[in-house]
Design a protein around this ligand. Structure first.
Ligand SMILES: [Zn+2]
Ligand SMILES: [Zn+2]
Length: 140
């Protein structure tokens, strides 16, 4: 059995487990992620929601409106403010976990930059990584 990946918020009230390996990091430079993270971007990894389990605490949910006009639920710790994950209203079977909340992410790699049309000008973008000005193309 594969070992679980664990993570949690800054204050430790929220803890979670992911029951499958995670590898690819998607850096999102949309202005909503900049505000929500308090940083230049958000580092996300996409997983099936079924692989995610809260083991402690209950996040607060902010119903954000994405650039697409669709609802995006942003889950964060109501005590310390750490963003934990987000989920699209129209795609509840998938979720993105905020990579900075993982206990370890040493084996992961940055795979993609999205919404680079709103990248902060002082941020260096690695040239050897895929870039998309808006959302990533849907792969079928
Ligand atoms: Zn917390
Ligand atoms: Zn974003």
């Amino acid at each position: 059995m594969a070992e679980s990946i664990t993570g949690g918020c800054l204050c430790g009230k929220i803890r979670y487990e992911i029951s499958q390996p995670v590898q690819n990091i998607i850096a999102c430079h949309c202005t909503n992620c900049q505000k929500a993270s308090g940083s230049g971007m958000s580092h996300n990894t996409l997983i099936p929601s079924a692989a995610f389990k809260l083991t402690s605490g209950q996040p607060k949910i902010f119903a954000d409106t994405a650039n697409s006009g669709n609802k995006l639920y942003r889950a964060f710790c109501g005590d310390c403010g750490s963003p934990i994950y987000s989920q699209r209203e129209k795609m509840p079977e998938m979720m993105v976990v905020k990579v900075g909340t993982l206990d370890t992410s040493d084996a992961m790699k940055l795979a993609m930059n999205i919404w680079t049309k709103s990248v902060r000008p002082w941020l260096h973008l690695a040239p050897d990584v895929e870039h998309y000005p808006e959302n990533r193309p849907v792969k079928t």
